[in-house]
Design a protein around this ligand. Sequence first.
Ligand SMILES: Cc1cc2nc3c(=O)[nH]c(=O)nc-3n(C[C@H](O)[C@H](O)[C@H](O)COP(=O)(O)O)c2cc1C
Length: 390
Amino acid sequence: MPGNSFGKLFKITTFGESHGPAVGVVVDGVPAGLPLDSSDIEYELSFRRPGYRMVSPRMEEDRVEILSGVFNGRTTGMPITIIVRNTDIDSSYYEEIRFSPRPGHADLPYITRYGFANWDYRGGGRASGRETVARVAAGAIAKKLLMALDVWIAGCIVSIGDVEIVDEIVFEEALSSRCSPVKPCLKKYEKIFIDMIENIIKVGDSYGAIVQVFVKNPPAGLGEPVFDKIKADLAKAVMSIPGVVGFEVGLGFKYAKTKGSSVLDEIVVKDSGIGWRYNYSGGILGGITTGEPIVFRCAFKPTSSIRMPQKTIDLRTLEEKTISIRGRHDPCIGIRGVAVVEAMTALVIVDHAMRSGLIPLVKIPDSIADTISNRWKRYRELCMHMGESQ
Ligand SMILES: Cc1cc2nc3c(=O)[nH]c(=O)nc-3n(C[C@H](O)[C@H](O)[C@H](O)COP(=O)(O)O)c2cc1C
């Protein structure tokens, strides 16, 4: 199986290459009756769009075309096909380095697996971050469907390079980060991160980053007990994003450095019901959601495409050579990566909510469709309002 699909009931298949005519996604399993139009998807895509100072200068408008599965502003229950045309393509530089696989990229592994003659070397081809447009488009549908359960998802940057935000962060702060050019979890770090990015661009290098994600109001009891644990599915979803190299849930790697007595998720009475005193486990125990917010982090490596000199070989002569990467690149992948991580999170949560019977598989009743529309409107207003207050 080629592995271009993800999900069990809410199933996506992405297609397209960086310098091909379009990228897109087929989303199968969306129940009929979900209010949906291209602006919902373009809204989410706007948080991953390139073309401004802190990210890749590639100017893509990311206009969405819905080819199937939506009629009169509602989903029909049939596969939804979405395409986004690639409009700002410049492949000239890739002709120059075609025989010089780039360090840190998928070039050499793709050549080994698929053969040199079959490899689309333009802009990273299928391995490019451009593929993640399709994930964010599908994630927009998942996020909207999750409004039926009042589940909200927000991510933000907790570190760039060795500058880390160590403060306690709440969901609203993560949500408000989306309108910042560098998406810091706390506004006071914005200027620091902007200065770092501007300086790293000047020297032709790049930074790694850590993204933290919050899922607010997850229903308790989501997740299958053994291989399809929520944490396992989230890890796979997030680790499949190009450039992601690490994943931890809750305290994650910090657990390994502590004693059991100091990190127990004690059970208490909360609001006259059963609750958890802390949430060290990030809202997941035994692979099943506890009902506490889901919190996880993932690490993005520093962008490999940098101007600084780097060694590779010429595939024709097998001689070593030094190259410097030109073209248009993100100085810190994590910044645009936040929207992609949010989208992959939404895909996992909605799939499990459907598997648990919390979202109808065939048709959304009108009353729930209205609730979704109202909550989605509130979500967009809140984001806009928070953006203004940034
Ligand atoms: C939104 C996004 C944008 C990206 N932009 C770049 C980029 O400009 N330059 C680059 O070298 N890598 C970029 N990447 C990462 C590469 O696609 C990735 O490192 C490469 O395909 C190798 O895969 P791996 O790092 O997962 O092993 C981006 C990833 C994402 C998610």
